[in-house]
Write a protein that binds this ligand. Structure first.
Ligand code: FES
Length: 160
């Protein structure tokens, strides 16, 4: 931008409010003719996908989501972190990584989006649901779960 090779438009949520997709014409008049890369909260990306589709150019929008889309809302249940000795109630949509962190459990993590496997932890008892696919994993010896994309599907015990 300093070399005048591109035009940088900054919109800061704290001072300018949330970016309203309807303002796009004013900020970037030729947006529909350009490739766009977007990353941010799910609500904003959903609005962007609708906007690009309504204008007939969905292929020009490329989004990156850092939170898995919830396919099936699970049952939730009482989650025990047996190594730390903490037990908390969790809903069926919150990743166990967040449940543990909020309970003060030191949880291993990395990408927080199901890619790096930095959060894998043994599931000692109970069942969890994969928030991306809805698939249920039940505890059995040697079973590891990715806590960043798994939620409680009933009472469970996470070895952490
Ligand atoms: S933190 Fe990367 S897969 Fe869970």
């Amino acid at each position: 931008a300093a070399d005048k090779k591109l035009r940088l438009t900054e919109v800061h949520t704290d001072t300018d409010g949330m970016l309203d997709i309807a303002r796009l014409d004013e900020l970037v008049p030729d947006w529909a003719e350009r490739e766009t890369w977007a990353c941010g909260p799910a609500g904003m990306l959903d609005a962007a996908e609708r906007h690009w589709s309504e204008h007939g150019v969905p292929e020009r929008l490329h989004t990156e989501r850092f939170r898995p889309s919830v396919v099936v809302a699970g049952d939730g249940g009482e989650v025990t972190f047996s190594t730390t000795g903490k037990t908390v109630d969790a809903d069926g949509a919150t990743p166990l990584l967040e449940v543990g962190e909020e309970a003060g459990v030191l949880m291993p993590s990395g990408c927080r989006m199901g890619i790096c496997f930095g959060c894998v932890t043994p599931l000692k008892a109970g069942a969890v649901r994969d928030l991306r696919t809805g698939e249920i994993t039940e505890a059995e010896p040697g079973v590891l779960i990715q806590t960043c994309v798994s939620a409680a599907a009933g009472p469970c015990d996470i070895e952490q």
